[in-house]
Design a protein around this ligand. Structure first.
Ligand SMILES: NC(=O)c1ccc[n+]([C@@H]2O[C@H](COP(=O)([O-])OP(=O)(O)OC[C@H]3O[C@@H](n4cnc5c(N)ncnc54)[C@H](OP(=O)(O)O)[C@@H]3O)[C@@H](O)[C@H]2O)c1
Length: 250
C-alpha cells in the first residue's frame, strides 16, 4: 500500500448522494462526527455501535437537521460472532438492497502497559475489536458491496501501525494487522470496482486519546469535526481515484 498524505480538504461540493454507508463506532468520537458529515453530503448512514443511547443521540442530531434518515444497529462488537455479521448484512440487504461503503472505525486502545502485565483477556479484546471485527464484517458484507456502482472499504489504522511503541503491544499489533488485512484485500480486489484504503486520523480529541494522554491538554488535538472531511472525501465520488492507499490525515 502506498502511503499518501491528504493535507488539503477537497475543494468544492462532495457528493455522497444516494450512498448507503455503514460506520462502526458511530456513537462517539470520529465515528459520530463522520456520520453527521456524511449525512450532510446526502448519504444514508447505518450507525453501528455499542451504546444504543449514543446511537439514538446521533440519529436525533441527523434528523434535527432534516438530513437523510439513518438506520441504527446496536451491537457489542467485542462479542460479535460470524452470525451477527451475517445478520447485519441481511438486514442491510432487506432495508437498502446494497451497501456503498463501510468504515471500520470502532476501536479501543486497551491497556497501555508492559506486555508482562497485559492480561490475556485485554489483549484479546483489542485484537477482537480492532482486527477480527473488520475481517468478520468485510467477509459478510462483500456480496452487498458488490451490488454498489462505486463500493469503498475504509479501514482505520494509527501512528502505532507505522512504528510500534513500548507498552502499546496489543494496539500496535492490531493496527499493523489491519494494514496487512487491507493490503491483502486491495491486492485481491484491485481489478474490481471495490476501493480498499486505510486511513490514519492522526491525533484527534476523542475519549480514546484523552483517556490515554490525561496529562495533555485535549484542546491541543483537533476535534473530530476538523478531520472527518478527509474521510468524506475518500468516500465521495471526488475521491474515487484513491485506491490501495494508506492515507495520513495531516
Ligand atoms: N483519537 C485518536 O487520536 C486516534 C488516533 C489514531 C487512530 N484512531 C482510531 O480511530 C477510531 C475511532 O476512535 P475514536 O478516537 O473516535 O475513539 P472513541 O471516541 O473512543 O470512539 C470509539 C467508538 O468505538 C465504539 N466501540 C468501542 N467499543 C465497542 C464495542 N465493544 N462494540 C461496538 N462499538 C464499540 C464506541 O462506541 P461506544 O461509545 O458505544 O462504546 C465509539 O463509538 C479507532 O479505530 C481508533 O483506533 C484514533
Amino acid at each position: 500500500m502506498q502511503t499518501i498524505t491528504l493535507n488539503e480538504k477537497a475543494q468544492g461540493k462532495l457528493n455522497l448522494a444516494n450512498k448507503v454507508i455503514l460506520i462502526t463506532g458511530a456513537g462517539d468520537g470520529i465515528g459520530r462526527a463522520l456520520a453527521i458529515a456524511c449525512a450532510k453530503e446526502g448519504a444514508t448512514t447505518i450507525l453501528l455501535g455499542k451504546s444504543l443511547k449514543k446511537l439514538e443521540a446521533v440519529y436525533d442530531e441527523i434528523m434535527s437537521q432534516n438530513l437523510p434518515e439513518p438506520a441504527i444497529h446496536p451491537l457489542n462488537l467485542l462479542q460479535a460472532q460470524p452470525k451477527d455479521a451475517y445478520a447485519l448484512a441481511e438486514s442491510i440487504h432487506n432495508l437498502f438492497g446494497k451497501l456503498d461503503a463501510v468504515v471500520h472505525n470502532a476501536g479501543i486502545s486497551g491497556q497501555i502497559t508492559p506486555l508482562e502485565h497485559l492480561a490475556p483477556e485485554k489483549w484479546q479484546e483489542v485484537v477482537q475489536l480492532n482486527l477480527n471485527v473488520p475481517y468478520l464484517l468485510t467477509h459478510a458484507l462483500l456480496p452487498l458491496l458488490k451490488m454498489s456502482d462505486s463500493p469503498s472499504i475504509l479501514f482505520t489504522t494509527a501512528d502505532e501501525a507505522k512504528q510500534a511503541k513500548a507498552y502499546w503491544s496489543a494496539y500496535s499489533a492490531s493496527k499493523f494487522g489491519v494494514r496487512g488485512l487491507a493490503q491483502s484485500l486491495h491486492e485481491e480486489l484491485d481489478n474490481t470496482a471495490i476501493r480498499v484504503n486505510c486511513i490514519n486520523p492522526g491525533k484527534v480529541r476523542t475519549n480514546l486519546r484523552i483517556k490515554v494522554y490525561p496529562g495533555i491538554d485535549p484542546l491541543t488535538f483537533p476535534a473530530p469535526e476538523e478531520i472527518v472531511p478527509h474521510y468524506v472525501y475518500l468516500l465521495s465520488e471526488q475521491g474515487k481515484h484513491i485506491k490501495g492507499n494508506l492515507v495520513n490525515v495531516a
